[in-house]
Design a protein around this ligand. Structure first.
Ligand SMILES: [Cu+2]
Length: 279
C-alpha cells in the first residue's frame, strides 16, 4: 500500500502532470494558439472516446451471456448507422474549420508591442504587418546552436560586425523575433516548446519561424532531430529580458567579441613569428 501510495504521489504530482496531456505554452502567442488548438482536438477526442467506450462497456454488461443465453439476431439499424456517419463527418468539419481559423495566427507574426525594442523596418519574409522585427539567424551544427543578431545576418550570418552567441539566445520581450534557421552539416530541428512550433534546420535551405515573448524569463528547448552521437547535448535556451537590457547586452557582447578577436589576431601573429603555428 505504501509503495502504491508513493508511486501514485509521484505520478500524480502537479509537476509530473504539467503538460503531460497538453502542449507547453505561455511564452509566445503562436505557442498559445497551438496549445488551444490542441486542447480543442483533445476534448473532442475525449468526448468521442467516452461515448464509444461507454457504449461498449454498457453493452458488455447489459447483454452479458449469463443473462442472455440465446443471442438476439439483428440485421443492422439504418438510422443509427446514418447517424454516426453524419456525426463523425460533422466532427471532421468542425475540426477543419477551427484549424483553418487558427492557422494564420500560428504562421503569421504579429506586430511588436509599443514598449518592445525600437526597430527599423525590413522587407524580408516573414514579416509582421508593420515590418518591425528583430531578426536572429540560427545556425545548427553538430552539436551546438549559434545565434547571430540583426537584420543583416540574412546576408552573412558570420558578419564580423554582428553580435552572436552560442546555446543561449538573448531576446527582448514584447518584440516580434523572426528566426532564420540554417544548418552547416546535418538536419537539426529548432524547438523551444513554450515559444512555438518545431522547425527543421536543413543543410542548403533556409527555414523561418517566429516568436514574440509575452514576458521575461528563461525558456528551454533542445534539438528535436536525431543528428548524431551527441544529439542529446544540443540544448537551446532563450533568455527573455527587457528591451533596455537586451540593447545593453548586445553592446557588451559586441565589445567582448571585438576584444577577443583582437587578442586572437595578436596571438596568431606571435605564434606565426615564432614558427609555432603550422602553415
Ligand atoms: Cu541537432
Amino acid at each position: 500500500m505504501v509503495g502504491v501510495f508513493l508511486l501514485a504521489s509521484l505520478i500524480l504530482a502537479p509537476e509530473a502532470l504539467a503538460n503531460f496531456l497538453t502542449m507547453k505554452a505561455g511564452g509566445s502567442p503562436n505557442a498559445n494558439q497551438i496549445d488551444s488548438l490542441w486542447k480543442i482536438l483533445l476534448y473532442m477526442g475525449a468526448f468521442v472516446f467516452v461515448i464509444v467506450e461507454g457504449a461498449l462497456v454498457y453493452s458488455l454488461y447489459r447483454f452479458r451471456a449469463k443473462r442472455n443465453p440465446v443471442a438476439a439476431q439483428i440485421h443492422g439499424n439504418t438510422r443509427l448507422e446514418i447517424g454516426w456517419t453524419v456525426g463523425a463527418a460533422m466532427l471532421l468539419v468542425v475540426l477543419t474549420v477551427v484549424t483553418f481559423i487558427k492557422l494564420p495566427s500560428i504562421i503569421n507574426p504579429p506586430n511588436s508591442d509599443a514598449d518592445g525594442l525600437v526597430l527599423s523596418a525590413s522587407v524580408t519574409q516573414p514579416t509582421p504587418p508593420n515590418g518591425k522585427k528583430l531578426t536572429v539567424c540560427i545556425q545548427g551544427r553538430q552539436y551546438i546552436w549559434r545565434y547571430t543578431y540583426g537584420d543583416s545576418c540574412l546576408n552573412d550570418a558570420f558578419d564580423a560586425k554582428l553580435p552572436y552567441s552560442y546555446t543561449t539566445m538573448e531576446v527582448p520581450e514584447h518584440t516580434t523575433v523572426v528566426l532564420k534557421i540554417q544548418s552547416t552539416d546535418v538536419i537539426h530541428s529548432w524547438w523551444v516548446p513554450s515559444l512555438g512550433g518545431k522547425v527543421d534546420a536543413v543543410p542548403g535551405y533556409t527555414t523561418y519561424t517566429w516568436f514574440k515573448a509575452l514576458h521575461t524569463g528563461n525558456f528551454r528547448g533542445q534539438c528535436a532531430q536525431l543528428c548524431g552521437t551527441n544529439h542529446a547535448a544540443m540544448d537551446a535556451y532563450v533568455k527573455v529580458v527587457t528591451p533596455a537590457q537586451y540593447a545593453a547586452w548586445a553592446k557588451t557582447q559586441e565589445q567582448e567579441i571585438t576584444t577577443a578577436s583582437a587578442q586572437v589576431s595578436q596571438l596568431r601573429q606571435i605564434l606565426t613569428q615564432q614558427h609555432n603555428l603550422g602553415s
